[in-house]
Design a binder for this molecule. Structure first.
Ligand code: NAP
Length: 352
């Protein structure tokens, strides 16, 4: 559904400032009462995006109670989970609780779903004080309600995967889809992924291979990650460098590649990514810690003729592609599974 149907975009939920879409709003109305075209989700678990969680955790010195309090305060004051520093959010899973008769999403009460729109634009109401979360992981057991608009997207949760895995994979499903699309469209042969042992990074490597790229370089930040990535067998070459050190990245990658995908969860990877990319090549900035000005002005300052893409979290078919890459690829599973911890005790779908 296209066009500028204001209600479909959720504009009626914006409290402040007037005239912006929900993603840019300072405050949303998170009232659980739904309009005719909305859907209410009974929330089970949030997935804070990696850049946001890292920022919150570092800002509070790893104090889980303080991180939990900070998240609660953000949701209480903003009516949504949008980290004011990183600007990013995450996504959630839950059960469809109520469906307005004019909702076009095709959802039915009691279906278990993952929202595929960002928490930064999803009206969210937390009712349990996040009591089941220790504040030390990206995944947040939560009770409350979330609202989907007519133009939101959601995916039915797969039966064959633990919830925590599905949530983690779906949170970053835009990265493999964007990687596959650019490799297919440009016929790229060589691809480098920065942050290659992370969730979006390993999925992007697998997607690049599936899309026909033949020379895959995975850049990781230490030998432990290098060992894990080598064992996963997803890259032809594994190199170790700090992605925020541009010259180290350029040295590590060596001959510039056709496509560079930035999947780290820290700021400062823009210049290394540009240096690692061949003239006429493409950089996909999936990281939420990316600075537009650092990327644009840095590339200008290097006289680098590269196309720079913002990793759009939405590409048609992105959820199914990412879940299939996880299912079909032992290497992807070996890197993602250890990162998916803190699943709800007693949840039969949860990972160990
Ligand atoms: P992740 O699983 O935590 O992976 C990030 C990887 O980057 C980790 O392996 C991390 O290593 C590595 N890393 C961190 N600093 C590094 C450095 N200086 N040099 C080299 N490697 C470094 O994160 P993710 O879930 O894949 O998310 C990656 C990024 O995508 C985040 O910025 C997230 O916010 C963003 N994101 C974007 C969208 C979108 O729609 N565009 C959607 C969701 C998420 P350690 O584990 O050792 O720290």
């Amino acid at each position: 559904m296209r066009g500028t149907d204001r209600r479909a975009l959720g504009v009626h939920r914006v409290l402040e400032p007037p005239g912006v879409l929900p993603q840019a709003a300072l405050r949303l109305d998170a009232d659980p009462a739904i309009a005719l075209d909305e859907v209410r989700i009974a929330v089970e678990r949030l997935n804070l995006d990696a850049a946001s969680f890292r920022q919150l955790s570092e800002a509070h010195g790893g104090d889980g109670d303080a991180v939990r309090a900070a998240v609660l305060e953000i949701v209480r004051t903003r009516g949504k989970m949008q980290n004011p520093v990183t600007g990013s959010g995450g996504m959630l899973i839950g059960v469809v609780d109520a469906v307005g008769p004019q909702s076009p999403l095709g959802l039915a009460v009691d279906q278990r779903v993952a929202t595929l729109v960002s928490l930064t634009l999803t009206p969210l109401w937390i009712t349990d004080g996040l009591a089941g979360w220790d504040g030390r992981s990206e995944q947040v057991p939560a009770h409350g309600t979330a609202i989907l608009f007519a133009r939101s997207t959601a995916a039915l949760l797969p039966d064959d995967l633990p919830d925590a895995v599905a949530l983690a994979v779906l949170d970053v499903c835009g990265a493999p889809a964007a990687t596959a699309r650019i490799v297919e469209r440009t016929g790229a042969r060589s691809v480098a992924v920065l942050g290659a042992a992370g969730k979006s990074g390993c999925l992007s490597l697998a997607a690049a291979a599936a899309a026909g790229a033949e020379e895959l370089t995975g850049l990781v930040r230490n030998e432990a990650e290098a060992d894990a990535l080598r064992a996963a067998g997803l890259a032809d070459r594994v190199v170790v460098a700090d992605a925020t050190d541009p010259l180290a990245v350029a040295d590590a990658v060596g001959t510039p590649v056709d496509v560079t995908v930035v999947c780290v969860d820290v700021p400062g990877a823009e210049h290394g990514a540009v240096l690692a990319t061949a003239e006429g090549g493409t950089v996909v900035f999936f990281s939420m810690a990316t600075s537009f000005s650092a990327a644009a002005l840095g590339a200008e300052g290097m006289a680098a003729d590269v196309t720079m893409l913002v990793g759009n979290g939405y590409t048609p078919g992105h959820a199914a592609l990412a879940l299939d890459l996880y299912r079909q690829n032992q290497g992807v599973r070996s890197l993602i599974d250890p990162r998916v911890r803190h699943a709800r005790p007693g949840d039969p779908r949860a990972t160990a």
